[in-house]
Design a protein around this ligand. Structure first.
Ligand code: SIN
Length: 359
């Protein structure tokens, strides 16, 4: 799946809310739908094709037109922020998206934002926004596993449910949520867990926040960690140069120290290690990472398992080795948090550990 020319189309179109003629539309919540591409906007020549398609080629107007009943749920303001395959997500697009979400939510004319996104990096974007949006209004990400052209495409119902959650009056103050396959997840917890299944997102170990079905929104619990207005993090810059360079390495049988040494030589600010089990690290890699930490690189120990937590001073003696433990964050989300923390100027190991213990 190639990104469409790799290009970004910024704020290309707007659907006027006045074009919605449903009775009482002006009393409905005003929800901005920001399209960024992905399979939800994907198309294949054959309706039976659910793998060999092009992501991010269908415009936001067509996405919305495929959702019957949307105008009875909310007044929609639509923008096409980008049309990318989310495997190609960039710092520039993250910054554009975060700034647009913050600007829309600061307006009295918008009650919430829904973002359509590719599934592949959705969990990273969701967590980035969870930490950097400065509003208590709802922000809901959604996506699809089947392209818009497919038999039984899942995008239209996911989009309807996401708008329903955003318009429900119940999603405010909960940070960024992901609405997918009738479930609502906290951005911090959610992960893509299947390469093909329609039920592709879970919050491993912790579980979903609730359900959305047939217009009903049913939250069962709330996430406790601080987010949005209660973090010191912000995304302000659109250039890659301003983002602290943080990379991810993995521990596995027979791993060498080549990658870590190369990263340190390249001048990275941080390394997240996806360890085995409870974040245990092969002795060779662990020595390379301890050497990196001794040279001032922030080393965060996470797990490649995909569920559970990494205990501080557990499978590796973090304090002695100069490491930070990621707790329940996946390696990909640990990287997001480490970049944001380093961008605030926080470099001292204990301060960074407090960041990981808090957010
Ligand atoms: C993407 O992440 O943009 C493509 C895959 C998907 O949306 O399922």
């Amino acid at each position: 799946m190639a990104a469409p020319g790799g290009s970004l189309k910024i704020a290309a179109m707007t659907t006027s809310s006045s074009s919605q003629n449903a009775a009482g539309a002006s009393a409905l919540p005003r929800i901005a739908v920001l399209a960024t591409g992905g399979t939800i906007a994907g198309s294949a020549p054959d309706a039976a094709n659910t793998a060999g398609y092009q992501a991010g080629v269908i415009g936001v107007a067509q996405l919305l037109a495929a959702v019957p009943g949307l105008d009875a749920v909310a007044q929609i303001h639509a923008e096409e922020v980008a049309s990318v395959d989310s495997k190609d997500m960039s710092f520039a697009l993250w910054a554009t998206l975060a700034q647009r979400v913050n600007a829309l939510l600061a307006s009295d004319d918008i009650d919430g934002v829904v973002i359509t996104h590719g599934t592949d990096t959705l969990e990273e974007t969701a967590y980035l926004l969870h930490l950097t949006v400065k509003s208590a209004k709802p922000v809901i990400l959604t996506a699809a596993m089947r392209p818009a052209s497919a038999l039984s495409a899942d995008g239209p119902l996911n989009l309807l449910n996401a708008v329903t959650v955003a318009a429900s009056g119940q999603a405010g103050g909960q940070g960024v949520l992901v609405a997918f396959n009738n479930r609502m997840h906290c951005a911090r917890d959610v992960a893509k867990i299947s390469t093909y299944a329609v039920d592709a997102f879970q919050s491993p170990e912790i579980g979903a926040l609730g359900w959305v079905q047939d217009g009903r929104v049913d939250f069962q619990r709330r996430a406790l960690r601080p987010h949005t207005l209660d973090t010191p993090f912000a995304v302000v810059d659109e250039t890659a140069a301003q983002w602290p360079q943080v990379e991810i390495v993995t521990s596995y049988a027979g791993v060498s120290r080549i990658a870590v040494d190369a990263l340190v030589s390249a001048g990275v600010r941080g390394i997240v290690v996806a360890g085995t089990g409870n974040g245990s690290i092969h002795a060779t890699l662990q020595q390379a990472l301890a050497d990196a930490a001794a040279q001032g690189v922030a080393v965060v120990r996470a797990s490649r398992v995909g569920s559970g937590h990494v205990m501080h001073n557990g499978a590796a003696k973090d304090d002695a080795l100069g490491f930070i433990s990621a707790g329940t964050l996946s390696p990909y989300k640990a990287r997001v948090l480490l970049m944001l923390a380093l961008a605030t100027g926080s470099t001292q190991k204990d301060a960074l550990q407090r960041v990981f213990d808090t957010y």
